[in-house]
Design a protein around this ligand. Structure first.
Ligand code: KIV
Length: 277
């Protein structure tokens, strides 16, 4: 039986019932279709697109047009998972007007159910405006890759009491501004648990321990399709890269030796017709 569309109310209910929420990233139709079929609650078209699909060194160069293009492909594969589009760097920081315009593109053009944007208390006014326009917003605190340079690199955040207190306040400000969920990336598990306990909206952890209301992994990390670097918080559930290399190498050999295509992959012609040619 096909699942009904996941709603924000159901995500909130999962938190209230202490049922974990699942989130995985997707950037194309076949992946989205697989995630949807295995009942992943929320699919994030992450700007990690830049790293794992487009081959950039960071998420900074990712454009709105690239995000919309991939979000549209994902939307075609999603039937019931809740789909979130990730707002890329400088698509929401420049002005509230620009943030509204770009958030609107994710919903109207790409078919997303919500948007995600990075930042703490400073971003609360943007979150408030986008939510007021009728677009659900997921926050993202802790390690925020778009501004990793400002954080002096891809480091665990909130390790001292002062920055931890600031992060708790950020989470509260985002909730107060109307965010329906918050991703917490790369923070000590104690702090993520504390934030999760203090909020009434769900938290989704990545490198934030087991006490968040849910977990997210980048699809290419989860299935072993990205080899450039693997953060400590990643668990590879399968290592597809060597399996794909093996399959493609076998194909190459079979083409070179004439073993492929065999008669079962070829189309026969009626002999009489063939003789008439
Ligand atoms: O871009 C992304 O994939 C993300 C997740 C890691 C949360 O922001």
């Amino acid at each position: 039986m096909s699942r009904k569309k996941v709603t924000i109310a159901e995500l909130l209910e999962k938190k209230q019932k202490s049922q974990k929420i699942t989130m995985v990233t997707a950037y194309d139709y076949p992946t989205a279709s697989i995630l949807d079929q295995v009942d992943i609650d929320t699919i994030l078209v992450g700007d990690s697109l830049g790293n794992v699909v487009l081959g950039y060194d960071s998420t900074v160069p990712v454009t709105m047009d690239e995000m919309i293009h991939h979000s549209k492909a994902v939307a075609r594969g999603v039937k019931s998972s809740f789909m979130i589009g990730d707002m890329p760097f400088l698509s929401y920081q420049v002005s509230i007007e620009k943030a509204l315009e770009n958030a609107g593109r994710f919903i109207k053009e790409a078919g997303c159910d919500a948007v995600k944007l990075e930042g703490g208390s400073d971003m609360a006014p943007v979150v408030r405006a986008v939510v007021k326009a009728g677009i659900p917003v997921c926050g993202h605190i802790g390690l925020t890759p778009q501004t990793a340079t400002m954080l002096s690199g891809y480091k665990v955040q909130g390790k001292d009491a002062e920055s931890a207190r600031k992060m708790i306040q950020s989470a509260k400000d985002l909730e107060e501004a109307g965010a329906f969920m918050i991703v917490i990336e790369c923070v000590p598990d104690f702090l993520a648990a504390r934030i999760t306990a203090e909020l009434s909206i769900p938290t989704i952890g990545i490198g934030a321990g087991k006490d968040c209301d849910g977990q997210v992994l980048v699809y290419h990390d989860l299935v072993g399709l990205f080899e450039r670097f693997t953060p400590k918080f990643v668990k590879k559930y399968i290592n597809l890269t060597p399996m794909i290399k093996e399959a493609v190498s076998q194909y190459k050999t079979e083409v070179e030796t004439g073993e492929f295509p065999g008669p079962e992959h070829s189309f026969a012609m009626n002999r009489k017709e063939a003789e008439k040619i």
